[in-house]
Design a binder for this molecule. Structure first.
Ligand SMILES: [Zn+2]
Length: 446
């Protein structure tokens, strides 16, 4: 066998092709992200090279000059031939980009701070480990938790860079070893509560009391991205009949409101409930749940448009907190008696009104404090009126399933305020911060 110059040209061409394929594998981009991704990047590159070469030879048959060289036959391998091989791989580049499965788009922040810290950028694809699945995100609803994560919470160390997002609806993209109940291509609604599933509380079905309990997107990367990795047990059956943005608007808001009213307060028919902040995701869910239990609902909101929407959701009385003092209106509506339950999540700004609106033997339940954590309680009122003040944190998997049954039956419905593309997540968070929404603000992905 002689070694014509064509062989050297071929070697140069093949090297060029390898470089193109390697960059498509993005191995170099992963040096910073860890050796696992780097190794997989390399393997993906090799696979792309071999696949492409195989396809090329299959297409051009055994008469292709480069194929004849492989067989040791002399062939006049012209530069055009090398270029045609290179051109073929360049054509493959977009396919390789898609197929390599290593880089996704995500909205991340690298440091805590203002809205300008959110960056729409490339991030490594999550890979499913044992008992995990990766979901292709179709919609991700916002929660105020996302804003706390970005701003930073005292004493809480969130891994950076971070991807927020707890409420995800999408399609299973990949499953890890040991996952049997879902498969790639299945639609799913993600349960945002992540727990160990092996402790006494988890076995009791009270996984939100698990010591490891956390929301998706809080300590782990969440749904402000094309892909998100979750424990497989969190992939729930999809609530058919709802589009992705409606489905994503359900989990955290409804399971939190359900846990507060049904599990913590044991709400009963005929009770009077003051729901602070009708326009929030959790508030709009609470109005519906209280009505489901035949309670009488008084709720607060700012502005005529939101008050009207609260009435449409089933509220019996609405209070415009920009015009009236909440405690005075509650006193009028309840004929000085006060309410049986106050549903709180606003915190410092409304706390005194909330406490003052309680009837004797009433209970106050709170799941958050978007306007600040410092609040006072007059202990004389607390003991003399036998008031109960309760904390509440998210909800259990079972409570979410209860909610979904009522959604299916048409008793509860997701309330979507704004639908925004992922790349405009900063604008979406601004809508929430300015309280321009009524219901959920939802990110939508293609
Ligand atoms: Zn547990």
């Amino acid at each position: 066998m002689r070694l014509p110059k064509a062989d050297i040209r071929y070697a140069i061409g093949a090297s060029l092709i390898s470089v193109i394929a390697s960059s498509s594998g993005a191995a170099s981009a992963y040096v910073k992200e860890g050796y696992t991704n780097l190794r997989i990047g390399g393997l993906a590159s090799a696979a792309v090279v071999l696949f492409g070469l195989g396809l090329y030879l299959h297409r051009h048959g055994s008469e292709a000059p480069d194929y004849r060289i492989f067989k040791g036959e002399p062939a006049d391998l012209s530069m055009e031939s090398v270029e045609s091989v290179a051109a073929f791989f360049i054509q493959c580049y977009p396919v390789a980009q898609k197929g390599r499965g290593l880089i996704m788009k995500a909205m991340r922040f690298h440091e805590h701070g203002g809205i300008d810290k959110l960056r729409y950028e490339d991030a490594p694809d999550p890979l499913p480990g044992p008992g995990e699945v990766v979901v292709r995100v179709k919609a991700c609803a916002l929660n105020y938790l996302d804003i706390w994560e970005r701003v930073g919470l005292p004493g809480v160390t969130i891994p950076l860079p971070h991807i927020s997002g707890s409420d995800v609806a999408g399609i299973i993209e990949a499953v890890g070893p040991g996952v049997a109940h879902v498969k790639p291509g299945d639609k799913t609604l993600v349960n945002p509560g992540i727990s160990c599933m092996a402790c006494e509380e988890c076995y009791r079905g009270r996984d939100n009391y698990c010591r490891t309990y956390s929301a998706l997107g809080y300590m782990t990367d969440g749904g402000y991205a094309e892909l998100v990795r979750i424990p497989a047990v969190n992939a729930l059956p999809y609530p058919e009949g709802l589009d992705f943005t409606d489905a994503a608007a359900i989990p955290l808001g409804f399971m939190t409101a359900w846990h507060m009213l049904v599990t913590r307060c044991n709400i009963r028919p005929g009770e009077e409930v003051l729901i602070i902040g009708a326009g929030s995701g959790v508030g709009s869910a609470a109005i519906q749940i209280a009505r489901l239990f035949r309670a009488r609902v008084i709720t607060t909101a700012g502005g005529e448009r939101k008050l009207q929407k609260a009435l449409e959701l089933g509220a019996d009385h609405v209070i415009d907190h920009t015009k009236h003092r909440i405690r005075e209106r509650v006193r009028d509506i309840t004929r000085r008696r006060g309410v049986d339950i106050v549903f709180e999540h606003v915190g410092a700004a409304t706390w005194e009104d909330s406490i003052s609106s309680l009837a004797h033997h009433a209970r106050l339940v709170t799941c958050g404090a978007t306007t600040g954590f410092d609040a006072k309680v007059n202990l004389r009122h607390l003991f003399a009126k036998e008031i109960t003040v309760m904390g509440s944190y998210m909800g259990s998997k079972h409570e979410l399933l209860e909610v979904l049954k009522h959604v299916k039956a048409g008793h509860l419905r997701p309330v979507v305020s704004h639908i925004v593309p992922l790349e405009e997540a900063a604008a979406a968070q601004t809508v929430m911060e300015k309280r321009e929404h009524f219901g959920k603000v939802v990110l939508q992905l293609d």
